[in-house]
Design a protein around this ligand. Structure first.
Ligand SMILES: Nc1ncnc2c1ncn2[C@@H]1O[C@H](COP(=O)(O)OP(=O)(O)OP(=O)(O)O)[C@@H](O)[C@H]1O
Ligand SMILES: [Mg+2]
Length: 472
């Protein structure tokens, strides 16, 4: 027994396991599954495996013995590959392991599965497994299990040391030293909860700096966008996500909503607006001081060096960094996307965050696509173009504006403003003041009034500067 892939599955999924086992073996991997073995062999087989393939079917999710197998594998720093069959509610720990999905057992994407297994055997795959484990431990600690805090901290230290050792190995491709590095003494890890309670951690214990982020208590709709972003953040573990759209489309609001929703998944959250175009060095300095718990304050002047320090923190712990209004540091107009003079360093920051390996996320909002974005392959860096809200969403957003109108009039109003929430909010105030809230009366006045509203409000939301527009 040893150097094998362990398949963890419910007995009821035996036919599927047999089929998978055969195909995985044909690809050159040694496979172990519990059929025909005594239950006493299971812990040993898990300790000796290099990864656990979790067949997450309704049967296995319901079976407590399977949960113990996952827990044991996690405690032993083994990578887990969840293969979801059909509609099951995955425990968050498995959800964070980038599950592969199949609507039924006959539709498994075998090339994708084999590719994932091959990657896991690579040094970078092993590193990712350690980072996932570190993320779990940090989250457990952050949930405030104070009686076990020491144990978790010791575990976190141990995994961090392992990551450091592996990182050195990755950076310098020389053979490992003949004498093995001393194994740090660690206490027995505390049991891992597979399904953490849905209680948010008390704000005082979290490392969050929300800067000027708006209040999103009155956030409505955008369910598709929220689901897409949740998938990118949680399952796909993207490193760079950008929300793009014209002014007033709701980028800041959506970024705040998704960041608030997922804040507890991160050890640190930092929100910064670039509206006043802060020099890069200042921004880097603020982030480093915060992410180091104020320990790192004597910083180099050179922004490249500061970036390296920041990247180190983004590697060590899972951080969420939100930069709002990135268009402020871009030139706009004919030179849309290019960085303003003196702000080119931001381009390096975005490039390094997108290209280097780390476990954090940079969430950007911008009216323009920053130069250099095309270099990313869409795996770790994604872009969500934000278009207008639908008629029903628009109606809900304006529900407290005391407007009245038929369904057709509502639709017409929302279409005229391409579903732009800011334009709709400002216009509805005008409709209320000038027409007692009657949408139909306002619409009858036609373009003359629309022009008046535009000039009255500066018309900034309707600037034809971008391709990201249009109601849904
Ligand atoms: N989903 C939503 N629910 C409720 N209100 C929303 C929603 N989306 C946007 N709004 C409202 O629309 C207005 C504009 O939104 P926001 O400031 O997020 O736009 P933006 O795209 O960031 O604009 P800018 O490019 O000018 O920064 C705000 O008043 C916000 O509260
Ligand atoms: Mg904004």
């Amino acid at each position: 027994m040893g150097d094998h892939l362990y398949i963890s599955a419910a007995d009821a999924d035996a036919p599927l396991v047999a089929q998978l086992r055969q195909q995985i073996q044909q690809a050159g991997f040694v496979v172990w599954d519990s059929r025909g073995s005594s239950s006493g062999q299971v812990p040993q087989a898990i300790q000796a495996c290099w990864a656990l393939l979790v067949i997450a079917s309704p049967h296995s999710i319901a079976a407590t013995e399977r949960h113990s197998e996952w827990t044991l594998a996690l405690r032993s720093d083994k990578p887990l590959v969840p293969l979801v069959i059909g509609a099951v509610m995955l425990p968050p720990l498995l959800l964070r392991r980038r599950p592969l999905t199949a609507s039924d057992p006959n539709r498994i994407d075998m090339p994708a599965l084999l590719q994932r297994l091959t990657w896991l055997r690579s040094p970078r795959g092993e590193m990712q497994a350690l980072r996932d484990r570190l993320g779990d431990l940090e989250r457990s600690l952050a949930r405030g299990q104070t009686n076990k805090a020491d144990v978790f901290r010791a575990e976190i230290d141990r995994v961090q040391r392992q990551i450091g050792m592996r990182e050195q190995g990755l950076a310098v491709p020389v053979p490992p030293p003949a004498t093995p590095a001393p194994v740090p003494v660690t206490p027995t890890p505390a049991p891992i909860e597979l399904v953490p309670p849905p209680v948010a951690q008390p704000a005082a214990q979290r490392h969050e700096d929300w800067g000027e982020a708006p209040d999103v208590q009155t956030f409505y709709g955008r369910q598709d966008e929220l689901a897409t972003l949740a998938q990118w953040i949680t399952a796909d573990r993207c490193r760079l996500v950008s929300l793009l759209g014209i002014g007033g489309m709701g980028k800041t609001t959506l970024a705040t909503k998704i960041a608030r929703t997922h804040a507890a998944d991160f050890a640190y959250v930092v929100w910064r607006s670039l509206r006043n175009a802060p020099p890069l060095n200042d921004l880097l300095g603020q982030c480093i001081v915060f992410l180091s718990n104020q320990r790192e304050t004597d910083l180099p002047d050179e922004s490249g060096q500061r970036m390296s320090i920041l990247l180190r923190y983004l590697q060590q712990q899972r951080c969420l960094l939100i930069l709002d209004n990135a268009e402020t540091i871009l030139r706009g107009g004919d030179q849309a996307g290019r960085y303003r003079e003196g702000y080119e360093g931001y381009g390096d920051l975005i490039r390094r965050v997108g290209e280097q390996a780390h476990q954090s996320l940079l969430l950007l909002t911008s009216r323009e696509v920053p130069d250099g974005y095309e270099r990313f392959d869409g795996v770790v860096a994604r872009t969500l173009p934000l278009t207008g809200v639908s008629r029903s969403e628009g109606q809900v957003i304006l529900h407290d504006k005391a407007l009245s109108g038929s369904e057709a009039e509502w639709g017409d109003l929302i279409n005229r403003y391409s579903g732009n929430p800011l334009a709709l909010k400002l216009t509805s105030e005008f409709i209320r003041e000038a027409y007692g809230g009657a949408i139909g009366d306002f619409l009858k006045e036609g373009e003359a009034i629309l022009g008046e509203v535009r000039s009255h409000r500066g018309g900034h939301w309707l600037r034809p500067s971008s391709t990201y527009g249009g109601a849904r």
